[in-house]
Design a binder for this molecule. Structure first.
Ligand code: PMP
Ligand code: GLN
Length: 387
């Protein structure tokens, strides 16, 4: 029996592969992005209380009103977005939100512009919807978006652009000028913007998220996606959401209705409480600002070349600049088996024309874990050099 070839020829993701190798505890896991604490006590207590004291039956399909209101209120406060409950649909993680946005908008033959390095779920979802992913390649060290490069791939069939800002894996953010450029392209060619902004609250150095949703002419053509997993560092919770103009949101709700229908209520209530606390959100962000500085400094002190990162849980290392001749995939493979440190090769985020010189490391870990990870990487480098 043949199943769909999109999936039957596919392996497990690099994130799953690396974490699987680490589960016996012998390796330091700086691969898949997740914190090594189990989440803020206040949030866990709220979830426990809701699990024991509130309903555990199907909540409303678009999300509990408390969470839809809390998402809208948080965006009004933190990003000055003009959102209300009817703009917000709660999903089981940003991954489901992406699936809903893509299934709702992409028809067979449509082309969707993706920027590489590209998050792993986008292209398979576009293909499963019958669409064609069209890649625009970004390059280190700045990973800039360029009007001409985008214009060059637009055709009569282009339907949407998927933008991940801040960008996983690079930890970089689009500038206001770049966002303006992308908005103008969308308006000029009547494109939908699917904005994966799961890293919006993990921005350092005082910078504030600007969503394409708030740009002139974009409110009716933007779907903004968020995730509590990143805001609070509870990646296993899988509470995400879609925000869009009510006419779009109601269609997205119909897709969600037949993907998962709804999302665990206790976790929704807890996230609603968490989003009401700017102090909690800031505390998480400040903690990750410290882990970023710690890992970047430890890497530099050990002679590694670190690329600039202003957001996310990730630090990228320039391998040639750090004295390695191996490409990123070979490096990550040998580092996890010989150096006992898991990392993610950035080439895994490209389908073609890959950047092969950059390694992604996850910094949202205890300082002792980060220090040991850097010690092992330096030892691995020295062992390579002596052979
Ligand atoms: N988009 C991006 C860019 C991500 O980095 C992630 C998670 N690492 C997701 C989507 C998925 O988020 P969730 O776990 O909420 O499904
Ligand atoms: N987004 C996570 C990362 O980049 C991985 C999530 C997943 O494994 N699906 O590390």
């Amino acid at each position: 029996m043949e199943l769909n070839p999109i999936y039957s020829g596919m392996g497990v993701t690099i994130f799953e592969k690396m974490s699987a190798l680490c589960r016996d505890g012998s390796r330091i896991n700086l691969g898949q992005g997740f914190p090594d604490d189990s989440g803020p006590a206040q949030l866990l207590a709220a979830a426990g209380k809701a699990l024991l004291e509130r309903s555990n039956q199907y909540p409303p399909s678009p999300g509990v009103p408390e969470l839809r209101d809390a998402v809208a209120a948080w965006y009004r406060r933190s990003q000055h977005l003009d959102l209300l409950r009817e703009n917000v649909i709660v999903t089981s993680g940003a991954t489901e939100a992406l699936a809903a946005a893509i299934l709702a908008s992409v028809s067979p033959g449509d082309e969707v512009i993706l920027f590489a390095p590209v998050y792993d779920a986008y292209a398979p979802l576009v293909r499963r919807a019958g669409g064609k992913p069209v890649f625009v390649t970004l390059r280190p060290p700045d990973w800039r978006y360029d009007n001409d490069a985008i214009e060059a791939v637009i055709t009569e069939r282009t339907r949407a652009i998927i933008l991940n800002d801040p960008l996983n894996p690079t930890g970089t953010c689009a500038s206001d000028e770049e966002l303006t450029t992308i908005a103008q392209v969308c308006i000029r060619h009547d494109l939908l913007a699917i904005c994966d902004e799961v890293w919006e609250s993990v921005r350092f150095d005082g910078q504030v998220q600007r969503s394409l949703l708030s740009f002139p002419g974009m409110a009716q053509r933007t779907i903004k996606i968020g995730s509590a997993g990143k805001i609070f560092g509870v990646t296993g919770w899988k509470i995400g959401w879609l925000c869009a103009a009510p006419a779009l949101a109601s269609v997205l709700a119909r897709v969600h209705q037949f993907l998962t229908f709804t999302t665990p209520p206790a976790l929704q209530y807890a996230v609603a409480e968490g989003l009401a606390s700017d102090a909690l959100i800031d505390e998480r962000k400040e903690g990750w600002a410290r882990t970023r500085t710690f890992l970047n400094s430890a890497l530099r002190a050990a002679g590694f070349s670190v690329l600039p990162n202003q957001a996310t849980w990730f630090t990228c290392v320039d391998l040639p600049g750090s004295g390695f001749t191996l490409d990123d995939a070979a490096f990550a493979e040998r580092a996890v088996h010989e150096g006992m440190v898991a990392s993610i090769p950035v080439s895994a985020f490209y389908e073609a024309d890959a950047v092969t010189s950059v390694l992604r490391l996850c910094h949202c870990k205890a300082e002792s874990t980060l220090a040991e990870g850097v010690t092992r990487l330096a030892r691995f480098r020295d062992a390579l050099a002596s052979h």
